[in-house]
Design a protein around this ligand. Structure first.
Ligand code: B1M
Length: 210
């Protein structure tokens, strides 16, 4: 008999084969797919996220855990879709125009996915109008902007302005990336800033639920 806490532990440890086997066993035992996500996978990702925030683990461990989560989600997603279950919130994410760095952005996307956000990942070097179009087309609750270069930080400002100019007043905008600060977020009119992928989840939930 497999348990949800065993699944959380396997995800946190990045043991993807164990995690997949436990996911399947839980389904075979009659557990609802959404319960497997919310009570098994999400707590596992939250636990590794907390350790990352406290510098107890680093990027490789996060990536390995996220890969385990992703492989379990591949089993669960068709079942969730069949049951008509959609994530509660949708976030559009991308690295701003001129910037090709995506490792941090991908971590944030994975953590948000781990918290059961629907993610529309636009990749890197994303122009403002593409963020606007994706937010409109997907009814996004959040737009998440990443920048790693001081020279591309102004593209965050342009993107925030474009989203506001398009009248997307209910869409919250969060920013992050090594050179970005809370002061800068405030200056450009973003709704929030977070310094790392784990705090990004807390902020995203606060903004989306506001
Ligand atoms: Co680049 N690079 N790079 N680079 N690169 C930096 C950023 C740099 C600091 C290196 C240095 O000089 N010491 C420097 C920027 C200097 C500056 O502007 N202040 C730099 C430079 C100059 C450049 C080029 C211009 C180099 C050149 O060609 N002359 C060039 C620019 C290309 C471009 O983008 N147009 C360039 C290119 C590259 C590579 C392609 C080789 C590669 C990127 C590969 C890739 O991403 N697929 C690369 C890399 C790997 C780096 C370093 C070494 C590592 C970045 C990284 O992935 N960190 C970096 C130096 C460094 O940081 N030590 C450097 C790990 C990642 C997990 O952290 O991205 O900060 P990070 O994400 C964190 C948080 O910031 C936060 O959460 C993440 C997890 O905790 N976060 C968010 C990120 N986005 C968020 C969004 C959120 C919330 C939190 O909400 C929306």
């Amino acid at each position: 008999m497999s348990t949800l806490s065993e699944l959380s532990v396997a995800v946190e440890a990045g043991k993807r084969n164990d995690a997949k086997a436990i996911t399947q066993a839980l389904l075979d035992q009659g557990m609802k797919p959404l319960d497997v996500v919310e009570q098994g996978l999400v707590p596992g990702m939250s636990a590794i996220g907390e350790k990352f925030k406290n510098n107890e683990v680093f990027v490789p461990e996060m990536l390995i855990a996220a890969r385990a989560m992703k492989e379990c989600m591949a089993i669960l997603e068709p079942l969730l879709a069949q049951a008509g279950i959609k994530p509660k919130f949708t976030a559009v994410i991308g690295t701003v125009q001129g910037d090709l760095h995506d490792i941090g952005k991908n971590l944030v996307a994975m953590m948000l996915k781990g918290a059961n956000f629907g993610i529309v990942d636009l990749g890197t070097n994303v122009p403002p109008e593409k963020f606007v179009a994706a937010a409109q087309e997907n009814g996004a609750h959040l737009v998440c902007l990443s920048a790693l270069l001081t020279t591309t930080m102004p593209a965050m400002k342009t993107t925030v302005e474009a989203i506001k100019a398009a009248g997307l007043t209910s869409v919250k905008i969060m920013v992050g990336g090594a050179p970005v600060t809370q002061d800068y977020a405030h200056e450009i009119g973003a709704d929030g800033y977070s310094p790392d992928a784990a705090s990004a989840v807390d902020l995203a939930l606060t903004l989306a639920e506001a």
